[in-house]
Design a protein around this ligand. Sequence first.
Ligand code: ARG
Length: 563
Amino acid sequence: MNNKEIVAQAIFDVVKDDLSLEQVQQLLENPKSADHGDVAFPAFSLAKVYRKAPQQIAADLAEKINGQNFEKIEVVGPYLNFFMSKGMISEQVLKEVMKQKSHFGDSTIGNHGKVPIDLSSPNIAKPISMGHLRSTVIGNSIGFILEKIGYEPIRINHLGDWGTQFGKLIVAYKKWGSEEAVKAQPISELLRLYVEFHEVAENEPELNDEARAWFKRLEEGDKEAISLWEWFRDESLQEFNKIYDMLGVSFDSLNGEAFYNDKMEEITDMLEEKHLLKENQGAEIVDLSAYDLNPALIRKSDGATLYITRDLAAALYRKRTYEFAKSLYVVGNEQSNHFKQLKAVLKEMGFDWSAEMHHVPFGLITQGGKKLSTRKGKIVLLEEVLNEAIELAKAQISEKNPDLENKEEVAKQVGVGAVIFHDLKNDRLNNFDFTLDEVVRFEGETGPYVQYTHARAMSLLEKADYKENPTANVCLNDETSWEVIKLIQKYPDTIMLAAEKYEPSVIAKHAIKLAQTFNKYYAQTKILVDDEQTEARLALVHAVAILLKEDLRLLGLQAPNKM
Ligand code: ARG
């Protein structure tokens, strides 16, 4: 039970006849400062019922409430301030973590429900951008968080491996490309070709017709088109995998847009059958004016299908394949309308399960305040950012801890961790401006700071030769440890909140707070000194280490024991 629940129960036992437990809970407040206790109850709401002044009611309640869980209950005007019994709570919390270890905070709420998570989903023949990094790390973390509360995440990389851009690429490759150049540096060469296509097509618009024709051939299964496409895809995937390996992310499915090429006819047939398709200048659309949305363009006048057509097929495929509890799409905010349209079309088709599809949007990464665009070749290369971060971590380690074993490995964990954490620590909808210095910073509210605090706790335990003892007395009564205990106690609620909001930043903020609070405790307390509370203090250190590591895991970061 958290403190609010404990207090609510104690008050409820006295006011049973007049208020429900939920009503009491809802009235409880968090006092602004620690000298007003841990939980406060305003007695105003009972004034009508008891026909007494709130001050009097507060005083009466204080008399009657069973005080066993509290150090004291103070009456301040109409308020009852509850001071939790630190000894009792710390004992309870530390024993619980000792028992459950990294499973502390787990729940079964998800009931094994499957949750496909559409994440990363970069476009073939283009570099993975910082935007795709966001999708990758946010989606990956949401997977871990949902798993912790009992869901079964299915990570799907819905690769952008289909669409008119492949027509453009084939044209550009045949005109200006060569096999050797692509093999040597697949992504940058394919990107160069793509950029060149757009530059030239500005003056030679007929190139666009050629590109359309090639995409048509691709959709129809033309041998040459398919083999070029497959080659571009393989080369790109090899490059992407380097980055996924660095990030430590893996997928359960790589079914991208191309996978749905033969599954769209069923969709267009269904739409036709339900009389949802309307003709518009030769193209076919679904009217969504009832939803206050632009029409969804399903088929172009030349018969080519579109991004949304493939997403319709993918949504149905996921429903059939996974019987999902819910289905998530971790995709940038700028695609909000697309996902609204997608859900609206499915709803029109009579698929009520579309209500369980959720777009989990995130903000834009800008540079110098401007949007990054691949078209103009203006991109930040993720691989370079990661390598830069690893180099900086290496330099730091060589300076601070030159004798560290497996330096390379730790530098990777810290450097990559810095990049991931930087992305996850703010509300996902916030936009942020990309600066390398900021991303690879190791001090302040950063991943390396949390990792470092974890390693510090681990080395304390090692120094003390700590072995946990389930029968030890782990009561702690002091104010500094209390701040740490409260954060540990809050953990299950923190997990639930992060899961409900699909918000890894809730976990990142908890990790930072816990690390900061623990470091303060560490600075003010002689942890290893031998007295009757040594075991209790070490149990606290252990609990902190366990939770920091779990926080990092949920965010997709490693937690080295030494750094
Ligand atoms: N490939 C797309 C892009 O880079 C993202 C795909 C997102 N997923 C989806 N099911 N639409 O913009």
